[in-house]
Design a binder for this molecule. Structure first.
Ligand code: GLY
Length: 378
């Protein structure tokens, strides 16, 4: 058998790992297997690269991993853009995290306090100061935090760039469905595809997002689908202009975000609940997203509604991803990224290239090692 690396799943994570493995010549042949590349959670993502505004007290390792990935993002983006000869859609305007009622303001203060205690200060702003920076914010916004170092990426632009970067590095795309990873009890021998055939492989990276658990018994139960619904809206000629920064808010305890895209468009997200692999966008989800985003950005009522979509985040019990060697020799995981797939793609690339070389996972990624014992946060 030749030195073949198979990566299962052509979302942002799988495509990036396949690209990096080919670029670093970690195998003679890299095959990326997916019946419909770029159609899963990566296509529906908001694209916030925002470890600090996603951080929550008690999740220090998640924050540290996200911060490590954010640091790597500009270099990762430049390398992908150079190989692809395409833009990757990176935005640098930062995030405003805002609150509209007193309970949400209290939460905001708690988050700011924890971040200060972790040495990651953020700027506290009044409603008036926020509206000065971002006139699209409505009069109901009472307070907020500015996080200028957060980035954002247009997920679909990134997926196109990763596809082109993979092609430029000779990654072979195989559009069959992987049913499971095959091993001989000691080491991986390939993947079973389309019911009966086997694609032989020396090493396999499972990067199939919420579907990863079904691909090998060692991943069974490690990852579960966490449904999210989003909307894509667009400012019309007559509309108030959209914000230039990512706006995140808590409205009556429900998180909502609006992430700018070029052309006056916004991605508004996201619901979060567990419903297995139910693919439907529910009316109640759309109602909540519209109601909540209007409390924060009232001008959105006049925007065009271009799209609603649902997908499945790969959730884990401790909210850390599952990275690196696991189970039989030659099996690797790059999954379980939860709400943070886009953010963590850069650190995942470094973690998986280290693992494929046989090295330990670097720095903050060691907390996400696939062979850790997981305990849900208390
Ligand atoms: N990272 C945003 C979300 O999962 O909705």
């Amino acid at each position: 058998m030749s030195d073949r690396l198979v990566v299962v799943g052509a979302g942002a994570v799988g495509s990036a790992v396949a690209w990096a493995a080919a670029r670093e010549r970690l195998a003679a042949e890299v095959v990326l297997v997916d019946p419909d590349p770029g159609s899963g959670a990566s296509r529906v993502a908001g694209g916030m690269l925002a470890p600090i505004s996603e951080a929550w007290p008690g999740e220090r390792e998640v924050l540290e991993l996200g911060a490590a990935s954010l640091e790597r993002w500009p270099g990762f983006a430049a390398a992908v853009a150079s190989d692809a000869d395409l833009p990757v859609g990176l935005r640098r305007e930062g995030t405003l995290q805002v609150a509209v009622d007193s309970a949400d303001v209290a939460d905001l203060d708690r988050v700011a306090e924890h971040l200060r205690a972790w040495g990651r200060p953020v700027e506290r702003l009044t409603g008036r100061e926020l509206r000065h920076r971002e006139p699209a914010l409505g009069p109901g916004v009472r307070a907020g935090l500015a996080v200028p170092d957060d980035l954002a990426v247009d997920n679909r632009v990134l997926l196109d760039a990763l596809g082109a970067a993979c092609r430029a590095r000779g990654v072979v795309v195989d559009r069959r469905r992987v049913d499971r990873v095959v091993d001989d009890g000691v080491r991986v021998t390939g993947v079973a595809v389309d019911g009966s055939q086997v694609l032989e492989a020396d090493r396999v990276v499972v990067a199939a997002g919420a579907w990863s658990g079904a691909l090998h018994p060692v991943l069974d139960g490690r990852v579960r689908p966490v449904k999210g619904e989003i909307l894509r809206v667009r400012a019309r000629r007559s509309s108030l202009p959209p914000p230039s920064r990512t706006v995140r808010a808590s409205v009556s305890g429900r998180p909502v975000y609006a992430v700018p895209r070029d052309g006056g468009r916004l991605v508004v997200g996201a619901t979060q609940y567990e419903a297995g692999f139910d693919p439907d966008v529910l009316v109640g989800g759309v109602r909540d997203l519209i109601g909540d985003v209007e409390r924060v950005l009232p001008g959105v009522a006049d925007y065009a509604l271009d799209e609603s979509a649902a997908s499945f985040r790969p959730g884990t019990d401790d909210n850390l991803p599952v990275l690196g060697a696991v189970g039989p020799s030659g099996l690797f995981a790059a999954t379980g990224h939860g709400r943070n797939g886009m953010l963590l793609v850069a650190v995942t690339v470094d973690a998986l290239t280290a693992a494929l070389r046989g090295d330990p996972l670097p720095g903050a990624a060691s907390a996400a090692a696939a062979d850790r014992s997981t305990v849900a946060p208390g």
